[in-house]
Design a protein around this ligand. Structure first.
Ligand code: MG
Length: 316
């Protein structure tokens, strides 16, 4: 597997989060009037430029967990709890921008509920809070059997988001990431995803939830106008927005800026889009001037490289 793509994927999540954070919850109309063109700062959480939020922090927690414990939801959950309680992998030493389902999951973990049962699983728990941090597991399992992929992706989602819709969204994202890792273009990878036989899709997409993914799996998402694409925190909206941006643009910067300039849940749409675009365009597709402003950038880069060594082998 190409190191450059795996590294790009992890860094893409982090960069997308940091790009979108300063304008989180602002409208598309506001972005039209004043588009984001690069790394800004401040905004709703008053964080300096280059700050990651929950998306980046939890992705790094999962990557670190995989480096040290393999695929182990309990170990991952303990690191998520360290993020929540102690600010593990946060820019300034404390967690912030914590989603509702995630906060409830953290309280349940704290009470000793097992990781794979911790995530709330109601219809209203279908935010994008597990999708935004699932990529390291998808990268680790890129060559695994789809049944194993589905099982692990669902378990990793369930730490914070247990509803079958959120888990199914993570699985679709993981399938697309694995196509992209082979070097296919976004267009080829997306159309391959949509033409997969049922034996590939069924293990990870709950049958009752499938209608919710109809617009994605129909294979023509890119034909929808931007006005039809919502960029909210609802997991299906976020996944649609990320894939749409990936299909519409041809380099890392314009893909990510388009994602962020859709407005609304900009940091997470940025992070989810960034993971895919990072795989496609690789580490060198990400502008250096964006990476240079990341807070704790050296530590993030070191972990990302360690993760790549685990995935690809140290000497590949
Ligand atoms: Mg966030």
């Amino acid at each position: 597997m190409e190191r450059n793509r795996v590294l790009g994927g992890i860094l893409g999540v982090v960069i997308g989060d940091a790009l979108g954070l300063p304008v989180q919850f602002e409208s598309r109309e506001q972005r039209r009037r004043r588009p984001v063109r690069g790394m800004e700062g401040w905004g709703v959480f008053n964080m300096p430029p280059g700050s990651i939020s929950d998306d980046g922090s939890l992705t790094l927690c999962l990557a670190e967990s995989i480096c040290e414990a393999g695929l182990n939801p309990q170990d991952a959950a303990e690191r998520f709890l360290r993020w929540y309680q102690e600010g593990h992998w946060t820019p300034l030493g404390y967690a912030y921008d914590i989603g509702g389902s995630t906060a409830r999951a953290m309280e349940r973990l704290r009470r000793g509920i097992p990781a794979v049962e911790a995530g709330p699983a109601g219809e209203n728990d279908n935010g994008n809070g597990s999708l935004m941090r699932i990529l390291p597991a998808a990268l680790y399992l890129a060559k695994a059997d789809v049944k194993d992929l589905a099982q692990v992706i669902w378990d990793m989602s369930r730490i914070t988001h247990g509803h079958p819709r959120a888990c199914s969204a993570c699985y679709i994202y993981a399938l697309l990431a694995r196509e992209l890792l082979t070097g296919m273009s976004p267009d080829e990878a997306y159309h391959r995803l949509c033409s997969q036989p049922d034996v590939i899709l069924r293990p990870g997409i709950d049958a009752k939830e499938r209608p919710h993914f109809q617009r994605i799996l129909a294979g023509n998402l890119e034909q929808l106008p931007e006005s039809e694409i919502r960029s909210s925190g609802y997991v299906v909206d976020t996944l649609e927005a990320a894939i749409w941006c990936l299909l519409k643009y041809n380099d890392f910067s314009s893909t990510l800026l388009a994602a962020v300039n859709m407005g609304d849940d900009t940091d997470t749409v940025g992070a989810v889009t960034g993971g895919l675009a990072g795989i496609v365009y690789g580490r060198e597709g990400i502008p250096d001037e964006w990476l240079e402003v990341l807070i704790k950038g050296d530590e993030i880069m070191e972990l990302a490289n360690r993760f790549v060594d685990v995935i690809c082998g140290e000497h590949s």
